[in-house]
Design a protein around this ligand. Structure first.
Ligand code: ATP
Length: 307
């Protein structure tokens, strides 16, 4: 990479949670989590372009949901650029352009993906050469899902989700996603989860052994049967039609159906392309979702765009 490099583009995937066990609230206000992430092939692109000294950070977003994404210092990608600049001891004069394909507020960690992309792109742009470990620390400070989006693949997340260990997983999985044009706020879903569990004893979250065995075996039918998300009742309580969306998938013969993260995206594991197409047709015809997407997983984490 030459000193005169003006622009660097990172490509970053979305994530789903194959399992999301939500434990007690910690003293710092976060919930203790045990989750199994998988990176799936829906990608945002983050381009960092050098600007003249004194220009500061600017941002533009393109894509069908661009209007729902803030272009200021509340955007996680913006904060990521500032974090790399502080580490590299440079003034952050940079334009960030995000091509947004990951659903916004969809439970697929789109904002976190953009943060991971900005960390990578700015590290290269400013020749910061951050160590992997330091990059993961900056990522964890930005958000619980950001380290996983640097990592990619299939991985176990503990703590608030930021402590990542690669999972022993085989095989490739076909996913169908039912999208909603109305996002769900993650804090609201956690608050509803707390409300529904008020008075009940909440135990430490554990990774389901059956899911890990199914991933090791690379058996989609068993993985499908093991999909689980403790936030699902809360999201359904806020948005009851999500239960019907999940039911459509089960009726159509999906191997598994689960809410993605805090929703409202619903994720369906299917056997092959034909099953994916059939389910996409049923979901579209139901009128209960705003769109359908398909992707395979696992895919790698944030990477530089070729060329
Ligand atoms: P998660 O699964 O990590 O809880 P999510 O996928 O449900 O998140 P995001 O798409 O990350 O949700 O967006 C949540 C909110 O964050 C949006 O409503 C938006 O206002 C804000 N936001 C900040 N930065 C971004 C970004 N780069 N892309 C999308 N939304 C962003």
């Amino acid at each position: 990479m030459s000193l005169s490099t003006k622009s660097v583009t990172a490509v970053v995937p979305a994530k789903i949670n194959l399992a999301l066990a939500v434990g007690p609230v910690r003293v710092d206000g976060f919930h203790e989590l045990a989750t199994v992430y998988q990176a799936v092939g829906l990608f945002d692109e983050v381009t960092a372009t050098r600007r003249n000294p004194g220009s500061g950070v600017t941002m533009t977003v393109a894509g069908p949901e661009a209007d729902a994404v803030p272009c200021d210092a509340t955007n996680l990608a913006w904060l990521a650029a500032e974090a790399v600049a502080a580490e590299a001891d440079v003034v952050p004069d940079v334009h960030l352009h995000i091509v947004k394909r990951i659903p916004v507020a969809g439970g697929m960690a789109g904002g976190s993906a953009d943060a991971a992309g900005a960390l990578l792109a700015c590290d290269i742009l400013w020749r910061a050469s951050l160590h992997r470990e330091r990059m993961l620390e900056l990522a964890a400070d930005l958000g619980s899902d950001v380290p996983f989006l640097l990592h990619g693949g299939t991985a176990v997340g503990t703590g608030r989700g930021e402590r990542i260990t690669a999972a022993m997983a085989r095989g490739s999985y076909h996913w169908v996603f039912a999208l909603s044009d109305r996002g769900l706020s993650t804090p609201r879903v956690y608050a509803e989860c707390d409300r529904l569990r008020a008075g009940a004893k909440v135990t430490e979250p554990v990774i389901p052994a059956g899911l890990m065995e199914a991933l090791l075996a690379g058996d989609p039918a068993r993985v499908g049967a093991e999909l689980a998300n403790d936030l699902q009742p809360a999201a359904i309580s806020i948005r009851p039609e999500l239960d019907m969306v999940l039911e459509i998938g089960r009726d159509a013969g999906a191997l598994g159906a689960v809410l993605s993260g805090s929703g409202p995206t619903c994720a369906f594991l299917v056997a092959d392309d034909e099953a994916a197409l059939d389910l996409a047709v049923s979901l579209s015809a139901s009128g209960l979702c705003s769109g359908v997407a398909r992707a395979e997983g696992p895919v790698g984490g944030a990477r530089l765009k070729d060329g």
